[in-house]
Design a protein. Structure first.
Length: 392
């Protein structure tokens, strides 16, 4: 058994790395420790890198056909990890999940149609809807017992006249793993209102013990027949620089319409590296993924204990999935602008501003803990010192 070293600190500067490359443009300074964008500071798994290197040893990068192992690898992975049986005909390559959402909106809705998202939620959900001229309806999540919950009576009202519901399953930024009952109730309401559900399940493989991810189409026949699900190995195996996403559409009528839209612009043709990465991740990734998730869980434990002992004014929402920890900073009694000044100009940290996820994110910051423990320690120490100087 290989034992992977997630404590190794890797210098990602000068590699066109997004988390460093936009510091000046977004935060106005470059002396920040960035723990914001949702990728990892860990090495991409060795078996993926080795496969890419081997392919590059053949020094002709000409036109290729689809990798015959690609769909079988996805099918086997989904069955093994999530007890979801998918047919090869239901799978299609898409060049990124946010782009996939845009394609669904263009194929199934018209300008001015209503698209529902949760509040807070991963911001491209509503931005891509707005940029495509759709009307965004925000369903505000309730916070109970330090977890986001759905008010289903309100959701019923909010879904009136909505053409598409973009669901984050698991939820980002709150880290909720929606239960079977919650997903069934969503499916019932979607069927009632004639609303097509897009289930973004890119964080599914990052579900942490003891929780279990439930693929949306598996919860009921209505969910299966009225949904488009997106997946990718990129979050779980740290390969977002290689676009390797896919759609799963069980309903033949919906699939034919969606796939026709993709094929018309050759948007359904994956490149060799995208498919190779998926095959390697899903064929050899179980051991690496298990160890990585154990490290992430320990980092989350560390963050919770650190705030409890040193910064009780800040309450982390423990994620049930993923390496993103949503920090409730209301206990600092700062305005949101003062909160940003604290994190950026005083603590010298670049985290995601909670407001980018919707109005419900006021007073929150999102912390990425997919980094070596020493880096996390440094970041929290910087924040502690900055809060102490404020006298809070």
């Amino acid at each position: 058994m290989l034992v992977y070293n997630f404590d190794e600190i890797i210098d990602r500067k000068n590699s066109d790395c997004l988390k460093y490359g936009v510091l000046q443009d977004r935060w106005g300074r470059t002396d920040l420790l960035p723990l914001w964008v949702a990728d990892m500071d860990f090495r991409t798994p060795d078996f993926i890198i080795a496969a890419l290197r081997k392919r590059l040893e053949h020094e002709v990068l000409g036109y290729t056909v689809s990798d015959c192992r690609w769909k079988p690898a996805i099918i086997a992975w989904l069955k093994q990890q999530h007890q979801w049986e998918v047919a090869a005909s239901e799978i299609t390559f898409i060049p990124g999940i946010v782009r996939g959402i845009a394609f669904v909106l263009q194929a199934f809705t018209e300008i001015g149609d209503k698209v529902l998202v949760m509040n807070p939620v991963y911001h491209p959900f509503f931005l891509v809807s707005e940029h495509n001229g759709r009307q965004v309806v925000y369903h505000r999540l309730e916070r109970k017992d330090n977890l986001y919950q759905i008010d289903f009576d309100q959701l019923d009202r909010d879904l009136e006249g909505v053409k598409v519901f973009v669901l984050s399953n698991p939820h980002n930024p709150g880290g909720r793993v929606w239960t079977l009952d919650e997903l069934r109730r969503i499916a019932q309401l979607a069927e009632k209102h004639g609303t097509l559900v897009i289930s973004d399940e890119i964080h599914a493989d990052l579900t942490l013990a003891p929780y279990q991810h439930t693929p949306y189409p598996t919860v009921s026949e209505s969910a299966r027949q009225n949904s488009i699900t997106f997946g990718s190995p990129s979050k779980a195996f740290n390969t977002p620089g290689i676009v390797s996403s896919y759609s799963i559409v069980p309903n033949g009528k919906i699939r034919r319409k969606f796939n026709a839209y993709l094929a018309a612009s050759e948007l359904d043709e994956g490149n060799m590296f995208a498919q190779l990465t998926t095959v390697e991740a899903y064929s050899h990734g179980t051991e690496w993924l298990d160890q990585m998730k154990q490290y992430i869980a320990a980092n989350i434990d560390f963050v919770e204990q650190y705030f409890k002992e040193n910064l009780p004014q800040i309450q982390p929402m423990r994620p049930q999935a993923s390496y993103l920890v949503y920090l409730d900073c209301h206990g600092l009694h700062l305005s949101h602008e003062q909160l940003l000044d604290l994190f950026i100009d005083k603590a010298h940290l670049a985290l995601d501003d909670g407001r980018k996820f919707g109005s419900a994110g006021e007073g929150f910051m999102r912390l990425n803990v997919a980094t070596p423990r020493a880096v996390l320690q440094q970041a929290l120490d910087q924040l502690k010192q900055a809060v102490e100087k404020l006298g809070r």
